[in-house]
Design a protein around this ligand. Structure first.
Ligand code: ZN
Length: 292
């Protein structure tokens, strides 16, 4: 009841105050009672931007959404959880915000599908879905200028693996100026997701992107687990593994960081910048949940 009240108070409040780390821990419905790492950054001077005027309490068995942090501009970063099994798996959409908005559409479609087909989640699995890691970019634009966070940082270049503030641009996305941040893990969105991952026990992660290059296995070099998962997913989809090599050097990438933590981690690219490839990704979901 205490948890529920804290949850309701949070989501019904129209002028919600930023919460303390203890409150964040209370909101974590994973049952782990884990305390977030002290590296979580709070911005008490920011006013959270209300993103919803009404809120329907979720099915308690679904335990979502849970706020795991805030963006630079104070938007919530939310995670949905489905299932209660021991194997924890994570899907991340919208790391490139509005530049790849269809990945967030896909994540939201998967959430709706799972709510109406809960039997898709095996008893042995807990699935977490984070629809949009870069909500500020998503709010800014459905297009290239929506790619970075509010600091102009590419959130897929900010992680503490082979990090560089700048990188050779040949073969890479280079439509607008971006940076990898002032240092590795400099951005609140990155810090929030890293803390969330470190307080769980994920064995596999998919980070959705668009478009068209295939599947990237995480790790420097790609880890055995990541390659195994990439092959399993490529086998049931038109998404190629190995991916198309454009010559781009990927620095500070999320899935490389995750794979180097021992998690099988993939970038999966949708076919274009508009379609969710829903039926393809329903197959991806089933392989992802069954993968061992
Ligand atoms: Zn991307």
């Amino acid at each position: 009841l205490l948890l529920l009240n804290a949850y309701k108070a949070d989501h019904y409040s129209s002028s919600a105050e930023l919460k303390t780390p203890d409150a964040i821990a209370t909101e974590d419905h994973s049952g782990s009672r884990a305390t977030p790492e002290p590296t979580i950054t709070f911005f008490p001077t920011f006013t959270p931007i209300p993103t919803q005027t009404t809120f329907v309490l979720p099915d308690p068995e679904l335990n979502g959404p849970t706020t795991i942090g805030w963006s630079v501009a104070g938007r919530r970063i939310e995670v949905y959880r489905f299932g209660t099994g021991a194997a924890q798996r994570l899907i991340v959409g919208g790391i490139h915000g509005g530049g790849e908005w269809n990945t967030t559409s896909l994540a939201n479609s998967l959430i709706e599908y799972i709510k109406s087909h809960p039997e898709v989640i095996p008893k042995s699995v807990s699935l977490y879905i984070l629809p949009v890691l870069n909500p500020d970019g998503a709010a800014r634009s459905e297009g290239d200028s929506g790619r970075t966070n509010e600091h102009g940082v590419d959130l897929n270049r900010n992680w503490d693996t082979n990090w560089q503030a700048d990188w050779p641009r040949a073969g890479c996305w280079n439509q607008l100026p971006t940076t990898g941040g002032s240092k590795a893990m400099s951005e609140p969105e990155t810090i929030a997701l890293a803390a969330f991952i470190k307080t769980h026990h994920f064995d596999a992660i998919i980070s959705y992107h668009s478009a068209g290059l295939g599947i990237f296995a995480g790790g420097t070099p790609p880890t055995k687990e990541s390659i195994s998962l990439a092959r399993a997913i490529s086998a049931v989809t038109p998404y190629s593994y190995p991916p198309i090599n454009t010559g781009c050097v990927y620095t500070g990438a999320f899935v490389d960081w995750a794979a180097n933590q021992g998690i099988a981690a993939l970038d999966v690219e949708l076919s274009d910048h508009t379609d969710t490839d829903f039926n393809i990704n329903l197959k991806v979901l089933k392989v992802f949940l069954a993968w061992k």
